[in-house]
Write a protein that binds this ligand. Sequence first.
Ligand SMILES: NC(=O)c1ccc[n+]([C@@H]2O[C@H](COP(=O)([O-])OP(=O)(O)OC[C@H]3O[C@@H](n4cnc5c(N)ncnc54)[C@H](O)[C@@H]3O)[C@@H](O)[C@H]2O)c1
Length: 694
Amino acid sequence: MAPYALHGNVAVITLDNPPVNGLGHALRTSIVDGVNAAQDDASVAAIVLIGAGKAFSGGADIREFNTPKMFAEPTLHTVLKTIEASGKPVVAGIHAVAMGGGLELALSCHFRVAVPGAQIALPEVKLGLLPGAGGTQRLPRVVGLETALNMIVTGNPVPSEKLAGTALFDEMIQGDLLPGALAFAQKVVTEKRPLKLVRSLPVKHPNPEGFLGFARNTVAAVAKNFPAPVACVDALEAAATLPFEQGSVRERELFTKLMNTPESKALRHAFFAERAASKIPDVPEDTPVRDIKRAAVIGAGTMGGGIAMNFANAGIPVTVLEMKPEALDKGLGTIRKNYENTMKKGRLTPEKFEQRLGLIKGTLDYDDIANADIVIEAVFEDMGVKQQVFEKLDHVMKPGAILASNTSTLDVDQIAAFTKRPQDVIGTHFFSPANVMKLLEIVRGKATAKDALATTMKLSKTIKKTGVVAGVCDGFIGNRMLEQYLRQAMFLVEEGALPQDVDRAMEKFGMAMGPFRMSDMAGLDVGWYIRKRRYVEKPNMKYSRWIDRICEMGRFGQKTGAGIYKYEAGKRDAIPDPQITELVTAYSKELGVERRKISDTEIVERCVYALVNEGAKILEEGIALRASDIDLVYLTGYGFPLHRGGPMLYADMQGLVNVVAAMRRFGKNPHGDPKFWEPAPLLAKLAAEGKTFN
Ligand SMILES: NC(=O)c1ccc[n+]([C@@H]2O[C@H](COP(=O)([O-])OP(=O)(O)OC[C@H]3O[C@@H](n4cnc5c(N)ncnc54)[C@H](O)[C@@H]3O)[C@@H](O)[C@H]2O)c1
């Protein structure tokens, strides 16, 4: 884990725990052993700590998170104390990455040298925490209060050369690190330099109170729902105003407090959810993947254009196929305009602009795409049209090409059956705008080959999407849950809330957009079309139909200048419309419902628990592999508030018993739908056993 070797009179301890030398228990133990061995060896005059491979150290070993090993002795604190207590100089030699606990480790050493280009960071705030092993106390002592505050509050890395003039580094090494670090250690020995401890340095600042007061206000305004950034300021205040030991106690208190906040739990959950999502139980990680060097997209409409941009952004040439030249020109024109806008905002250089456009070709001829390694179909949402396209693809595409469909509602297995190679067919459900939204639902058909799935999963990373596997069903994970959420939002309006009340409550809860503003943006005709199908397919399912009346008036939302809200020409601000208030009031009256005031709490509970109950069914049916996948879908595709960690984690944090109790209460509502509120068997079972989804 941390091999120990003698180079003359210098002992070299090499951190070796791939991939980033995470400070797991075994590594911590061997660092302590190494430092102690060096004390006992009279021939050793100095110690160099260095990292093997791709990092000095990336900090805590995330594989140990939530395990007893994380807190087992020697803890990181013990390691730091051992180093500080060394009677022989300890020099940290830093390359590539010194982050979190890795940087805190280096800060406990007597000296630090680094090569340029190393990423230096304390990123704990990104998990809703603060550096808990002295980082908030030691960093300001070497880089100054302001730089430390910026680094700790944002968590962003700073390249080592930018910190070169500070007391963080005693020397910058040009050339190879190990010989440079050894030479530096030799110098320390020869010159008999006194052992320096960062803890003994003062935090220098002309006016710490003034600066921190200003910083606290600014940070609080930006941090909004997250307590960690302000706690980081508090810890830095302790560094600036208290002796080191007392400051460290304060850091510990703040760390422990943050560890127990729902916001930090949510951020850590999202972090692990992202990692878990790429694991598919029956598709091992070493499953061979197919090479994706060329791509094709069928249809240059709203989705096709955005999908093509994803490939070009990742440097993969892509050919877009349309039926008619006008449609093709229009689609390619939109792509160009999108890139031009990005360039105008200064987020794309003219070279990159040309390069990306150069990767996108248009065609009307299937022969031009036959060679692509993957083709994504994004034509009209109509089974007949999909059939035509997939039969053609089956005919022309080279063997082994992945045939993907961007359908949002159609059966991927049925689409696969249009080909003689259903093993190569898969769903890739992008979200609009496809070049911006992170989420990609990857729909695994019953015949989809494992390597086709593994390849698509890998591709999602290449094009910088969050890939989540979903089984085949109507609406997959996200839209299937959304339907129940919207149904419930409509019932709330029928019973007494106004659309703007529901949106305000949900936005206060943290949703990026309330359900009705969102519906107006997406276009009310989309949902109307689906509901009309439902009325026939499921005549017993209860629906509130007031939005249908709005649709009957030709009000389809933003695109027609009016929907549930009204809009001023050219603007997107949703303005509550008295005409709609009248419409819903009349609708309630017709149903014989006496409208009542509905609290924000009830609005939030009913909307979110509608998501949770459908989520439980999706989990039970195996449509989602794990609860955290569902959360990830909602965090990355539906604007669910990150600080709440997704609907399933939110339910867990409320206590599933309480969720079920609330659902039973809603079921008894005289205007409610007892069937809607029947807890999914999995939810009822977990609640009864006192368990959680996650
Ligand atoms: N719009 C969304 O928000 C969204 C989100 C996720 C998924 N989807 C799905 O993506 C698909 C495309 O949706 P869209 O919104 O981009 O539609 P769109 O109407 O904007 O674009 C469809 C394009 O396909 C072209 N086309 C139709 N038939 C074709 C054929 N046989 N060969 C080649 N081109 C053909 C049309 O000319 C048009 O340009 C649908 O399956 C839809 O359900 C849409």
